[in-house]
Design a protein around this ligand. Sequence first.
Ligand SMILES: C[S@@+](CC[C@H](N)C(=O)[O-])C[C@H]1O[C@@H](n2cnc3c(N)ncnc32)[C@H](O)[C@@H]1O
Length: 191
Amino acid sequence: MDDTPWYRPAALDGILADAAAQGFAMSCEDRTGSLLGTLAASQPGGQIVELGTGVGAGAAWLLHGMDSTARLTTVEMDPHSQAVAVRHLGEDPRVTFHNMNADRWLDGYDGPLLDLVYVDCRPGKFRRMGDLLTLMRPGGIYLVDDLMPQATWPADHQPRVDKFLEQLPGIPNFTSTALRWASGLVIGVRI
Ligand SMILES: C[S@@+](CC[C@H](N)C(=O)[O-])C[C@H]1O[C@@H](n2cnc3c(N)ncnc32)[C@H](O)[C@@H]1O
């Protein structure tokens, strides 16, 4: 089976070119992006959140899948990276960019319950996952990637990933599946 994605957001190649020019190498891979777009399409009118915008590759895939009434909030603490995303995606009225620490966003969010979250930084993933789940509606989808070993990981990262995976079965009101695919994913549902 060839699992190369068969669709591609129009903005993606420009985003990745700018990312390469500024040495940003943490964008999601295409298969993960395609899954993000597919999940976003399952949420017409959905409230979607990404923690860790990077340069906007994941956001481009999410926006590609979203309908005209869905909304994406994406949070990034590094203004230099997020500026690339704003440059390429900022004209889209469905997306709101927050330049802030995801911890602060988690502390302050008081909007509608979330339908889909893509967590790509430590808050909401390696810590404070419970805080994020309280912001999700029952049936809401949770996705994280980068769970299979990467050459760039610092020595202390594998134990962090192991701990994250070990605690998943015991989290109340949550069911999930680990996928040994792309960079290593967990897809879960708030129940
Ligand atoms: C893996 S990259 C994001 C890639 C992007 N989500 C994508 O799919 O293309 C992780 C990003 O999270 C940001 N980040 C790390 N810790 C953060 C925090 N506490 N709050 C907000 N952003 C954070 C980093 O600056 C980095 O740009």
